[in-house]
Design a protein around this ligand. Structure first.
Ligand code: HDD
Length: 719
């Protein structure tokens, strides 16, 4: 079967002898795959029988040479394959998300424990052992789609639950509060944080004048800014981040009782971060650090897991709890006041097959709710209910984005929504209205088990209000500050000093320092000292109150209180030809079952060999950097070799040291440490006699994430 219009000639005939052609039946995938939603119209054939075609299914004879009039003649307009190929390419990009443009997704399942039934009738939460498919997208907020993963920023944590009652989207962040209380300010805070419009710099960061100009004047942001300056803004991995629904939701149980509820994701690997210098180096050494980490962990079977947690509070008329206004999204409810109850387990076990089709086209919306979960009058949440649908219309080019494979509900869809751009359904029937006598009034509404909005009372005068309970801007910022350990406080001081140090306007710096002075005098004094300026008096602002004295909330600190899991942790082992290579095998067999990865690092590529062993080199000193590892081991036999003597080895060890990572040396590896001034008596640095002795201290240190004692000492604080 040859086509004249595709330019088939004798050559093409030779390329496709008739006996090798696959039949249409052979091209049909055998099983239904939700990502290829139309089994009648398969896009791919079986491996080994795939043929390049045009968008119309026409087989292409040659995709590398345009149709020309003679070997040196002009290209002909009639070459449809050329025009289709170029036009399609020209339109490959869609507008990136205005915020959260840089993201990475994964598929998984959510399994309910069933104990949430007393709080919500949502089937995916209330039914014990019910499994629900999910798609999760993690993101940074400010950077463009091609920006680096490890910038200082808030991380998005958006989860799409494909429940049997419809799609529920939990569009959260890795921080439990937000910068502004009212959605009307969202464009302003984002404009202030994004690159300056005239030069479009700086990319993906808040360390510039417009951001600090905004937040120092909108002091409701003080609490969120404190989170953004903390280690939470530079996570070690998406797998080690908490997630939060931020707003208070109203949950409804089967018996009609309602509660005010905050939602949390608790990572089973613990909550861990990088340190700032490490995050900065990672931006250059591996801009894809977080997406690579997640993809590799899933590929290797170290599936990341989070428990969904609920803080359940009484649904009182004033919508407060212990004096905290639950409609103000700049407030948390400390876990010590209202414990987080775990109600289900999220497991991410599958990477997307196609970044664009899935991660880019997934469309979340705060208004995608299921029976048993309701929104509240939080003014930030109310604005979001408008924004997400609106943005998908322009981002995805029309109202039918729910039909894209990644967004398709698993619950049956039977609506009277019709037509529009990119309609892929072939709707049948004529009665697309209600009530209708033509088709038995179907589909019918479900007043009993459909989504029924709660009849919550609404009253008040129209106006642009500023409730008194929204005016305390500082108590919770102070609460966060006093809940941090000294080393975490030192990191916060460093972050404020870095960011304000990047501002050019002295007025803005001084104004922000006056905000800090209102939160805590010590914090303000330390940042001012770093900037080399005097501490201004605490900010005075009409109509703004706080801080009240606040009890610390230990749950906010990230310092581990006990050893954690080491899944996906990476240990770099520096080895040399002729050295003791046994340490690699020992560590692999001991840590491999826990999902940790051991990488061989050497001076050269290929293999390193010793008497009876040969190991494949995975990283050389040219291709690696310390940020790739959670711990560094220097094997016996490395001293005096090109690996041991290389200046980049010294940098690797010095960086690992500054970033609080476990460092171990066996045998003469001690001399390599000695060359950078380490003797094994420093916290988290171990010099052992032989390879067999490495494992114990390494496992212990990895499980605590970092040497906190060393990080504290480096920061000049104790504890
Ligand atoms: Fe938003 C995307 C989280 C406030 C408007 N937001 C977006 C994403 C996350 C959040 C995780 C990325 C979703 C994805 O991966 O596709 N946003 C939040 C949180 C907020 C918040 C936790 C406060 C509690 N957002 C917020 C406000 C507005 C928006 C107040 C507007 C009034 N957000 C958007 C948006 C985005 C978005 C413009 C951009 C792309 C998209 O929606 O799909 O509509």
């Amino acid at each position: 079967m040859r086509s004249c219009s595709a330019g088939g000639g004798p050559e093409a005939a030779r390329a496709h002898p008739p006996e090798q052609e696959a039949t249409v039946a052979e091209q049909t995938p055998p099983t239904y795959d939700p990502r290829h939603p139309s089994p009648e119209h398969p896009r791919r054939g079986e491996a080994g029988s795939r043929r390049l075609t045009t968008a119309q299914g026409l087989r292409v004879d040659d995709t590398d040479r345009s149709l020309t009039a003679g070997p040196r003649g002009p290209v002909l307009l009639e070459d449809h394959h050329l025009r289709e190929k170029i036009t399609h390419f020209d339109h490959e990009r869609i507008p990136e998300r205005v915020v959260h443009a840089r993201g990475y997704g994964a598929r998984g399942t959510f399994r309910a424990y069933g104990n949430a039934a007393s709080v919500t009738k949502a089937a995916f939460l209330a039914t014990a052992d019910e499994e629900t498919e999910v798609f999760v997208r993690f993101s940074t907020v400010l950077g463009s789609r091609g920006s680096a993963d490890t910038v200082r920023d808030v991380r998005g944590f958006a989860t799409k639950f494909f429940t049997r009652e419809g799609v529920f989207d939990l569009v959260g962040n890795n921080m439990p509060v937000f910068f502004v209380q009212d959605a009307i300010k969202f464009p302003d805070i984002i404009h202030a944080g994004k690159p300056h419009p005239h030069r479009e710099i700086p990319q993906a960061q808040t360390a510039h004048d417009t951001f600090w100009d905004f937040v120092s004047q909108h002091t409701e942001s003080a609490h969120m800014v404190m989170w953004a300056m903390s280690d939470r803004a530079i996570p070690r991995s998406y797998r080690t981040m908490e997630g939060f629904g931020v707003h208070t939701f109203r949950l409804e149980a089967a018996d009609g009782t309602t509660s005010l509820v905050k939602l949390h994701w608790k990572p089973l690997l613990g909550t861990h971060s990088q340190v700032w210098e490490e995050a900065q180096i990672t931006q250059g050494a591996d801009p894809d650090f977080h997406r690579r980490d997640l993809a590799e962990a899933i590929d290797s079977g170290a599936f990341p897991q989070w428990e969904l947690g609920l803080q359940v509070m009484p649904d009182t008329p004033d919508e407060t709890f212990e004096g905290i206004d639950l409609l103000d999204p700049t407030n948390i409810v400390p876990e010590e006041l209202c414990p987080v109850q775990r109600v289900g387990l999220l497991t991410l076990h599958q990477n997307p097959d196609n970044y664009f089709a899935e991660t880019e086209q997934v469309a979340f919306h705060v208004g995608h709710l299921v029976p048993g979960i309701h929104v509240t009058n939080d003014p930030l949440m109310q604005g979001r209910l408008f924004s997400y649908l609106d943005t998908q219309l322009s981002r995805l080019g029309g109202p039918n984005f729910a039909q894209l494979p990644v967004n398709r509900p698993r619950a049956e869809v039977d609506s009277n929504l019709r037509d529009g751009m990119h309609q892929t359904e072939v709707h049948t029937g004529v009665a697309v209205y209600k009530p209708n006598a033509v088709e038995d009034d179907e589909p019918t509404a479900s007043p009993e088990d459909g989504f029924v909005t709660l009849p919550t009372p609404v009253s008040g005068e129209k106006g642009r209000h500023h409730p008194v309970s929204f005016r305390d801007h500082f108590t919770q910022a102070r609460l966060f500050w006093v809940s941090m350990s000294p080393v975490e406080q030192a990191h916060i001081v460093e972050a404020y000093t870095f960011e304000l140090g990047k501002c050019f306007s002295q007025e803005i710096r001084t104004r922000e320092l006056s905000v800090l002075a209102r939160i805590d005098t010590d914090l303000a004094a330390r940042v001012a000292a770093g900037l080399g300026v005097p501490v201004p008096p605490p900010l005075e602002k009409e109509g703004v109150t706080g801080p009240e004295e606040a009890e610390p909330s230990p749950a906010l600190s990230q310092l581990p209180t006990e050893p954690g899991r080491v899944d996906g942790r990476v240990v770099g082992v520096l080895v040399a030809d002729g050295g003791d290579l046994s340490v690699v095998e020992r560590l692999r067999s001991a840590l491999g079952d826990d999902g940790a990865v051991v990488r061989v690092v050497a001076a050269h590529g290929g293999e390193v060999t010793s008497a009876d062993t040969a190991l494949t080199v995975e990283r050389t000193l040219l291709t690696t950097r310390s940020v790739e590892y959670d711990a560094v081991v220097v094997a016996d036999g490395t001293a005096g070799t090109p690996a041991g003597d290389d200046a980049r080895t010294a940098v690797l060890i010095q960086e690992a040291f500054r970033h609080g990572k476990p460092i171990l040396a066996s045998g003469d590896g001690a001399q390599v440490l000695a060359a950078v001034g380490l003797n094994g008596r420093e916290p988290g640095v171990h010099v052992v006699e032989q390879a067999a002795d490495v494992l114990g201290p390494l496992r212990q240190d990895l499980a605590m994430h970092r040497s906190w004692e060393r990080l504290a000492a480096l920061a000049g604080v104790t504890g």
